[in-house]
Design a protein around this ligand. Structure first.
Ligand SMILES: Cc1ncc(COP(=O)(O)O)c(C=O)c1O
Length: 399
C-alpha cells in the first residue's frame, strides 16, 4: 500500500514550476538558458516596502498575528478595494493568506464537497483544476479558443452550469493568455450568472495592475446583483514585485471568510508578520511606480508580439494585460527537426526549444489548450531579443 494519499494521486506537480526548475538545472550545468517560463516580475520590490519590513523587524513585529491577517493590513485592503474598485467591505469580509495561491486553495478546501463542480475556463492558470481535485471537487473545463480571444462565450458558459456547479473561476487579466475582460464582457457573463443563484464566483484579480494602453480594469464584484456571492482574490505578488513575500488576500461573503480562517487556524496560522507589515506599506504607500512598470511591460509585449508574428508557423494575439502571450505553434506541428525528430505536439516543440535551443517556455496543454505555448515576457529586453532570435531560427530550421 502506498504511503501517498488517494487525494494526492489525483493531482500533478505544477508544470510551470517544473519548467522553471528544469531551466535552473540546465543553467547550473553550464548552459546559457533564457527563462521565459516563470510568472514573476523581474523588477525589485520597491524600497519603501522593504524599509517597512525592516522597521517591522526592529519594532518587534515578529510574533504570531491574528490568523487571517492583522487589523492594519485588513484596513489597508478595505481602503484598496474602495479606492481602486469602488467596492465597500467590512473587516470580517477580508482574509489574508500566504499568497494568492494559498487563499484560493483555502477557499476550495473550505467550500467544496465531494463531487461539487467548478467551472474552469481554459486556457487556465495551472493550479485551478488541481486545487479543485485536491479538495474533492470536479473541474469542468470550459474551452475558450483563440477565435474568441481566449475569453468565455456566455452561451457556452450557460451550457456548462449544472445543479452541482458551486463555483466559476474568472481570471482577468489572464494567466496564461493575457486576455482581459472589459466591463461589457463581464456584464455579459453576469447576465448568465444572475440566472443561477447557487453559483459562487471566484474572481482572480492578481494581474489587475498589469494592463495596457487605456484598458480599464473591471471586476465582477462591481455588479451589485452578484456581489454577495463573489470572492475577489488579489495580492501584492505581481503589482508590487513581491512574489517571495507571500501575501495574498480576498474579500467576500463572511461565511466563506470565516471558513477560510478556520482552515488557516489548523494549518499555516498567520502569514509572516513581517510580510504583512510590508504589504500594508505596499497598499497604503505610493502607487506611482505601478504605471511606469506597466508601461515597460507594454513595450516588451509590443516587441514580442510583433516578432512572433513575423515567424512562419507562429501566430500570436495581442493581449491587453498580464505579462504573458500565448502564441499558437499549430503551423509547426508535423515538421521535422534537423535531427529527424518530428514535432507532433506542443510539448515536443517546447522540449526541443529548451533542450536544443536554450529557451524555456511552457506548453499550452499544461494550461488546458493544446497547440500553443506560453511566453512570460517579465524579463529584460536584452533577454527577450536573444530569445526571439533563438525561437525564430529554430522555427526556420524546421522542415
Ligand atoms: C492567475 C494567478 N493567480 C494567482 C497566482 C498566485 O500568486 P501568489 O500566490 O504568488 O500571490 C498566480 C501566480 O502565478 C497567478 O498567475
Amino acid at each position: 500500500m502506498s504511503i501517498v494519499s488517494n487525494s494526492l494521486k489525483r493531482i500533478k506537480p505544477s508544470p510551470t514550476i517544473a519548467v522553471t526548475q528544469k531551466a535552473r538545472e540546465l543553467k547550473a550545468s553550464g548552459k546559457d538558458i533564457i527563462g521565459l517560463g516563470a510568472g514573476e516580475p523581474d523588477f525589485d520590490t520597491p524600497d519603501n516596502i522593504k524599509q517597512a519590513a525592516i522597521q517591522a523587524i526592529k519594532d518587534g513585529d515578529t510574533k504570531y498575528t491574528a490568523v487571517d491577517g492583522t487589523p492594519a493590513l485588513k484596513d489597508a485592503i478595505i481602503k484598496k478595494f474602495e479606492r481602486e474598485n469602488n467596492l465597500k467591505y467590512q473587516i470580517d469580509q477580508i482574509t489574508v493568506g500566504a499568497g494568492g495561491k494559498h487563499v484560493i486553495y483555502n477557499a476550495m478546501m473550505a467550500t467544496l464537497n465531494e463531487g461539487d463542480e467548478v467551472v474552469v475556463p481554459a486556457p487556465y492558470w495551472v493550479s485551478y483544476p488541481d486545487m479543485v481535485l485536491l479538495a474533492g471537487g470536479i473541474p469542468v473545463i470550459l474551452e475558450c479558443n483563440e477565435k474568441q480571444g481566449f475569453k468565455i462565450n456566455p452561451s457556452e458558459l450557460e451550457k456548462t452550469i449544472t445543479k452541482k456547479t458551486k463555483w466559476i473561476i474568472l481570471n482577468s487579466p489572464s494567466n496564461p493568455t493575457g486576455a482581459c475582460y472589459s466591463e461589457k464582457d463581464i456584464r455579459e457573463i453576469a447576465k448568465v450568472l444572475e440566472k443561477h443563484p447557487h453559483v459562487y464566483i471566484l474572481s482572480d484579480d492578481i494581474y489587475e495592475h498589469v494592463v495596457y494602453a487605456g484598458f480599464k480594469f473591471f471586476t465582477i464584484a462591481q455588479i451589485d446583483s452578484l456581489k454577495d456571492r463573489v470572492l475577489t482574490m488579489n495580492g501584492v505578488s505581481k503589482a508590487y514585485s513581491m512574489t517571495g513575500w507571500r501575501i495574498g488576500y480576498a474579500a467576500g461573503p463572511k461565511e466563506i471568510i470565516k471558513a477560510i480562517a478556520k482552515i488557516q487556524s489548523q494549518s499555516t496560522t498567520n502569514p509572516s508578520s513581517i510580510s504583512q507589515a510590508a504589504a500594508v506599506e505596499a497598499l497604503n504607500g505610493t502607487q506611482d511606480f505601478i504605471k511606469q512598470r506597466a508601461k515597460s511591460f507594454q513595450e516588451r509585449r509590443d516587441y514580442v508580439v510583433k516578432t512572433l508574428n513575423e515567424i512562419e508557423g507562429i501566430e500570436c494575439l495581442n493581449p491587453d494585460g498580464a505579462f504573458y502571450v500565448f502564441p499558437s505553434c499549430k503551423g509547426l506541428i508535423g515538421k521535422k527537426e534537423s535531427n529527424g525528430n518530428v514535432i507532433k505536439k506542443d510539448t515536443d516543440f517546447v522540449q526541443s526549444l529548451l533542450e536544443n535551443n536554450d529557451v524555456a517556455v511552457v506548453q499550452g496543454s499544461a494550461f488546458g489548450l493544446e497547440g500553443f505555448f506560453r511566453i512570460s515576457y517579465a524579463t529584460s529586453m536584452e533577454n527577450l531579443k536573444k530569445a526571439m532570435e533563438k525561437i525564430s531560427s529554430f522555427c526556420k530550421s524546421l522542415k
